[in-house]
Design a protein around this ligand. Sequence first.
Ligand code: FAD
Length: 153
Amino acid sequence: MLYSGAHSLHMALMLPDWGNTILFLNDAISIDTLEPAILQQLNQRNVKLDTRKIAKIENHCDLKFENGEQSQLDGIFVSTFMKISCSWMAKLGLEIDANEYSEAIKTNTMKQTNLHGVYACGDITRSGGSVAFSVADGAMAGVAVHKSYVFGE
Ligand SMILES: Cc1cc2nc3c(=O)[nH]c(=O)nc-3n(C[C@H](O)[C@H](O)[C@H](O)COP(=O)(O)OP(=O)(O)OC[C@H]3O[C@@H](n4cnc5c(N)ncnc54)[C@H](O)[C@@H]3O)c2cc1C
């Protein structure tokens, strides 16, 4: 796991259930600034901390560090922040939910937004991507749109 913010700590704590996990701090944060409770959790979950700065990632996942050392990994995860890039959504007056992981259009359980007749579904309405959730959202939004045509809600 490559540290890029608080979310990386969350992901590093989840990943050991799938395999050996190393959290590369990569000079993005100093080990001294990590809270003792987090360090304890990482230790309990067998997450190894690596403080070396990465200079390059090559091929599948070959890490080259600034100190000249190298490591080969099976894979690397990077957590990202999902930002809504369409300015027209804000102009329309759609309510947006934001947390440390993402921005998302706010909807009710029927996928209706705060604007009458405007529905939203999928990743744009959630923190974190999932095909299953997006498909279910789409089905729910479809039902809700149909219902609104018939009953005018
Ligand atoms: C690398 C990667 C791996 C993933 N692996 C998994 C996995 O293993 N399992 C899983 O469940 N999920 C996975 N996901 C998440 C999954 O892909 C998403 O949750 C899912 O595709 C979301 O579907 P969606 O229809 O909400 O959005 P999208 O699939 O992103 O579709 C949105 C569409 O809208 C289009 N669009 C955007 N802006 C506009 C605009 N202004 N006008 C018109 N069209 C526009 C885009 O081009 C795109 O085609 C992965 C995602 C990534 C990036």
